[in-house]
Design a protein. Structure first.
Length: 263
């Protein structure tokens, strides 16, 4: 049964990769292309995360963590210059960034409808009733035992730590010059993501991604819309905004010199 979930994940990665290659030849306007890819990335993450939820529920944290590790490696290697999170768009503080965020949110929510239809085929018995189990009719927010501030702090700190680590990796002169396919950075980033997510998942769910959080937890009984926005939108965005200020300026200068030498 685990093989079926893994096959679904891999198949969607391949299909969406093919769609991306087609879009590149069909759409010449770079702005429209970027918007579509942002949405497609959010859609892919939504599909993968929902199928990973089955792996977590029925096969445990170890299998899920290995799957998460592989997904993040793929995201780093296969989606250069793009993020499955809308936070980079929000931090532009522009109307265009807000519009791209809205498109990513819509694509993420569409992934639920899509996966619900896929689960109706009941390729495995674990898909039986999955759409109803994850619907707003039955969804209950599972982190009511923690206060608003604990939940928000968890999302903020997790986003901050991962953002700082990502900046350090992408400014490291050795990696900039010797990791052209970003595989080493993908492995290191994946390890960081798995650790930070596992540490925070029993507190707030460790989303660190606003659109993913809305897909998986938005509208669930036990949490209001304002709380959801504060915890899963404002807190991680604030963490990512603070991150660049915590990375020493020296690392930026070193990376710039390394790039100049490589050129």
């Amino acid at each position: 049964m685990l093989a079926i979930s893994l096959s679904i994940i891999i198949l969607h990665v391949l299909i969406i990769y093919w769609i991306r290659s087609r879009l590149k030849t069909l759409i010449k306007n770079e702005d429209y292309y970027d918007v579509l890819l942002d949405g497609l990335f959010a859609f892919e993450l939504g599909c993968l995360a929902q199928e990973q939820g089955i792996i977590l529920q029925y096969y445990g944290i170890t299998s899920w963590s290995i799957c998460l590790f592989c997904v993040v490696v793929w995201q780093t290697v296969g989606w250069p210059g793009y993020s499955a999170s809308p936070i980079p768009n929000l931090l532009t503080l522009s109307v265009w960034g807000v519009l791209k965020t809205g498109f990513m949110l819509a694509a993420s929510l569409i992934s639920y409808r899509y996966m619900s239809l896929l689960w109706e085929f009941e390729v495995t018995e674990l898909h039986k009733g999955r759409a109803y189990f994850t619907s707003l009719d039955t969804c209950v927010y599972p982190f009511t035992s923690s206060s608003l501030w604990v939940l928000a702090s968890t999302e903020l700190i997790g986003s901050l730590v991962l953002s700082v680590f990502s900046i350090i990796l992408n400014r490291n002169p050795f990696l900039v010059n010797n990791d052209p396919y970003r595989f080493i950075r993908g492995v290191l980033m994946s390890l960081a993501v798995v650790i930070v997510v596992v540490l925070g998942m029993d507190i707030s769910g460790a989303m660190y991604n606003p659109t993913l959080a809305t897909l998986l937890l938005g509208g669930c009984k036990g949490q209001g819309n304002v709380d959801h926005i504060l915890i899963y939108w404002l807190a991680p965005t604030l963490g990512a905004w603070v991150a660049p200020y915590l990375v020493p300026e020296k690392s930026m200068q070193t990376t710039k010199k390394a790039k100049l030498k490589s050129n």
